[in-house]
Design a protein around this ligand. Structure first.
Ligand SMILES: NC(=O)c1ccc[n+]([C@@H]2O[C@H](COP(=O)([O-])OP(=O)(O)OC[C@H]3O[C@@H](n4cnc5c(N)ncnc54)[C@H](OP(=O)(O)O)[C@@H]3O)[C@@H](O)[C@H]2O)c1
Length: 301
């Protein structure tokens, strides 16, 4: 841990989704050590309370708190955002970390394909609902946990992908959702810079192949599930997988750096699709349409 970075987060508020386990929990633990208030935004409050206690016991911090959020339900995202806005006067760091992969086609509360909903649409909406508070807390950072898997994305952003009328393949759904994380990062940077906001940075990252709970809770079946189990001995620990998230959240080296995609704490190239601005805009507009059509309002940002 880079000692000179520690004052940067002291007294700040860091909101992190999916923080009860895996990469999110390890990220939260290191950030708690730096003196920040860490808000574990998790779908299961019991698991989150257990993680919060562990983090407090390990770090000695008293400022580890829990907010319930289910990213597969826009109503839950809205409710969680209201709770966060009510409780925290500032949000200096938002880490969209939660994510998953599912081997069968499933629908979110609003009827969207689950991988798209949890990995992209929920975080997109959460960020929209919190963005004004993040802007008023600047300098601030938004970090989106993507994956090298974005390189495998082959589908178009058609409604078929999202309502499931086409053929479902879990690896493709996952790759598309992780591509969406990078498109979202770049399109958000574009909007912030059009308002001359340069001290709210937005970056994406690949954590590495991590031996976490990812795909291990019975959600991933068949050959992909077997493959996921077989590679576990060769994967890095969740603590090692958290390093790039921690770096982007806390290091002075990346102050003012925005729109990047990092791996091993270094800028890394994205696929040609991920750097296609037209596609980023297409996905942004589609995401807004889907949220509005579901009866939810977006902030005017
Ligand atoms: N592991 C890897 O090799 C790898 C590689 C590249 C990228 N990533 C990315 O890293 C991020 C963290 O994954 P991980 O490896 O730490 O996996 P993990 O151990 O399975 O943790 C995933 C977290 O996401 C949460 N989550 C899942 N569905 C949710 C929902 N509907 N609402 C709110 N939270 C939800 C989980 O909550 P529950 O505990 O309640 O299920 C858990 O806290 C993900 O975005 C993943 O795509 C991982």
């Amino acid at each position: 841990m880079e000692m000179q970075n520690q004052p940067l987060l002291k007294g700040k508020t860091v909101v992190i989704t999916g923080a009860n386990t895996g990469i999110g929990k390890e990220t939260s633990l290191e950030i708690a050590k730096m003196g920040a208030t860490v808000v574990l935004a998790c779908r299961n409050v019991d698991k989150a309370a257990k993680a919060a206690k562990e983090i407090k016991d390990t770090t000695g911090s008293t400022k580890v708190e829990v907010v319930q959020i289910d990213l597969s339900d826009l109503a839950s995202v809205k409710k969680a955002s209201l709770e966060i806005l009510d409780k925290y006067a500032s949000i200096e760091v938002l880490i969209n970390n939660a994510g998953g992969i599912w081997s069968t086609f499933q629908k979110s509360a609003q009827g969207f394909e689950l991988t798209f909903a949890v990995n992209h649409l929920g975080p997109f909406y959460l960020t929209n609902l919190l963005i004004e508070r993040v802007i008023s807390s600047r300098p601030a950072r938004i970090i989106n946990v993507s994956s090298i898997a974005h390189r495998g994305a082959r589908k178009n952003w058609s409604r078929n992908l999202i309502d499931g009328s086409g053929r479902f393949a879990s690896s493709q759904a996952y790759a598309m959702s992780k591509l969406a994380n990078i498109h979202f990062t770049r399109a958000l940077v574009k909007r912030l810079s059009s308002k001359d906001i340069t001290d709210v940075t937005v970056n994406a990252l690949h954590p590495g192949p991590v031996r976490s709970g990812f795909g291990m809770d019975g959600d991933l079946k068949g050959l992909i599930g077997l493959g996921n189990k077989l590679i576990r001995p060769f994967e890095i620990s969740a603590a090692a997988g958290a390093r790039t998230s921690i770096y982007l959240a806390s290091s002075q080296e990346v102050e003012g750096e925005t729109g990047g995609y990092y791996a091993h704490k270094k800028l890394s190239p994205v696929s040609s699709r991920a750097s296609n601005e037209h596609e980023s805009e297409e996905l942004w507009k589609l995401s807004e349409e889907l949220i509005r059509e579901s009866g939810f309002e977006l902030s005017e940002f």
